[in-house]
Design a protein around this ligand. Structure first.
Ligand code: GDP
Length: 182
């Protein structure tokens, strides 16, 4: 699915969430799409997605954001998950170094299956847990700069930078897409 037309919007974008299990992907999405935080664990296994409409200038953008919904536990993310995606939030947990170390692996996969000009935002989630932090903010930022990614630390729990991270990605996608259609 690309920047195709939809009856009630000007553009429809697909973007994906990616990263290790339990880094907070589902909660970031429910916070962004429905302004909710779920304390319980995930009810279902399988790919899920949510929509949100965003106005940029005079255009109405419909963002369709896909969540792995636990599939990454079984290494079951396939190329169809990435197909047509124009953006990705690559999420790690700032309190678990292993999830940051795995960012390299996720990036490799994104670059293998995703579009070459995909907008990638590296997201260090759970910044409300500063006292058990294992990954420094500078470490995240430096890695992102080196790899040409945008970077943000977020908290789905306390609703810090969640809106900003998604909107940054969506705005960048819109910028690239509207330049292409000129
Ligand atoms: P996913 O497997 O990556 O989709 O992760 P989930 O969204 O299911 O979250 C995994 C666990 O981390 C859950 O127990 C959430 O309550 C918790 N969690 C998610 N985001 C945050 C956050 O920003 N701060 C804190 N403290 N906990 C979070």
């Amino acid at each position: 699915m690309e920047d195709s037309f939809d009856e009630d919007c000007d553009y429809l974008f697909k973007a994906v969430l990616i990263g290790d299990s339990a880094v907070g992907k589902s909660n970031l999405l429910s916070r962004f799409a429905r302004n909710e935080f779920r304390l319980d664990s995930k009810p279902t296994i399988g790919v899920e997605f949510a929509y949100r409409n965003i106005k940029i200038g005079d255009k109405l953008i419909k963002a369709q954001i896909w969540d792995t919904a636990g599939q990454e536990r079984f290494r079951a993310i396939t190329s169809s998950y990435y197909r047509g995606a124009l953006g990705a939030l690559l999420v790690y947990d700032i309190t678990r170094n292993a999830t940051f170390a795995n960012v390299k692996k996720w990036l490799k996969e994104l670059r293998e299956f995703g579009k070459p000009d995909m907008v990638v935002v590296l997201v260090g989630n759970k910044c409300d847990l500063g006292q058990t932090r294992e990954v420094g903010e500078e470490e995240g930022r430096e890695f992102a700069e080196k790899e040409g990614l945008c970077f943000m630390e977020t908290s789905a729990l306390e609703n810090v930078n969640v809106e900003e991270a998604f909107l940054h990605m969506i705005n960048k996608i819109h910028e690239i897409t509207s330049q292409k259609s000129l």
